[in-house]
Ligand binder design. Structure first.
Ligand code: ZN
Length: 251
């Protein structure tokens, strides 16, 4: 019973943070500040009342429209809130209480912001990468035992990306992707970040090609969302996946 209550709280807390992530996703690409300006309707500018700020619930009660101007509110808002809540619950379920779980929750939130912004604008906000790198530094300071893993992780994938970047004169890979893999590698270690690259590349090619076929148009690949997915999987299931892979290869 206690566990269930903890899960529910993790989910609710995650949706509240998710609501802040929406602010980040909306404002960072426009270069607006994210903390002091109160939440408002993007269409008419009406400031939101407290009862319009309840994650998911407000959206459902208002049937997805602004109270004042009745303009449709993007489905992105409840989806991001729910996703962040669900991931917090998932991480708690997987890792239990502990500092690493908290660091991973914060990392997942940054990954959601990165994924949505990169999908839309093909840019990864430097602040998000910096944030994930900061989480890596906190992990290192709290527990020195994995310092080799972490330091090598800083360069393992970002180094490969940097070479691609230099050889293709910046066309093969984005600078944001390099920084993301450096920061995340520092947080989750070199084995996990290599796994994240593998998962991200496979998911990226499969999903991107399928989308292109379905929509019948050419779109540049935004790598960020797929790398974010890879990082999430590696973070939670890296050890098992790597063990399974090595056994599969006969090691
Ligand atoms: Zn409005």
């Amino acid at each position: 019973m206690e566990k269930v209550v903890a899960y529910i709280w993790a989910f609710i807390f995650g949706t509240v943070i998710g609501s802040f992530l929406n602010v980040c996703i909306y404002r960072i690409p426009k270069g607006e500040e994210i903390v002091r300006t109160p939440s408002h309707c993007p269409n008419c500018g009406t400031a939101l009342k407290w009862y319009e700020l309840i994650p998911i619930v407000s959206f459902l009660l208002q049937k997805g429209r602004c109270r004042k101007c009745k303009e449709r509110i993007s489905l992105q808002y409840p989806v991001v809130e729910f996703t962040n809540g669900f991931f917090y619950l998932w991480i708690l379920y997987r890792m239990g209480y502990g500092t690493l779980g908290i660091l991973y929750c914060l990392c997942v939130s940054a990954l959601i912001v990165i994924a949505v912004i990169d999908w839309r604008t093909f840019e990864i906000p430097p602040g998000c990468n910096f944030f994930i790198g900061g989480l890596g530094a906190v992990r290192l300071l709290l527990d020195f035992s994995g310092w080799r893993e972490q330091i090598i992780g800083l360069f393992a994938v970002s180094g490969i990306f940097l070479l691609i970047y230099l050889f293709t004169k910046g066309k093969g890979i984005g600078g944001g992707d390099i920084k993301l893999m450096a920061a995340a590698g520092f947080l989750i270690g070199w084995k996990n970040i290599l796994l994240a690259l593998a998962i991200g590349s496979i998911a990226g090619s499969v999903i991107h090609i399928t989308l292109m076929k379905l929509k019948n148009k050419n779109r540049i690949l935004a790598f960020g969302p797929y790398l974010a997915l890879g990082i999430f999987c590696a973070m939670l299931y890296g050890e098992e996946l790597i063990k399974w892979y090595l056994r599969f290869c006969g090691f």
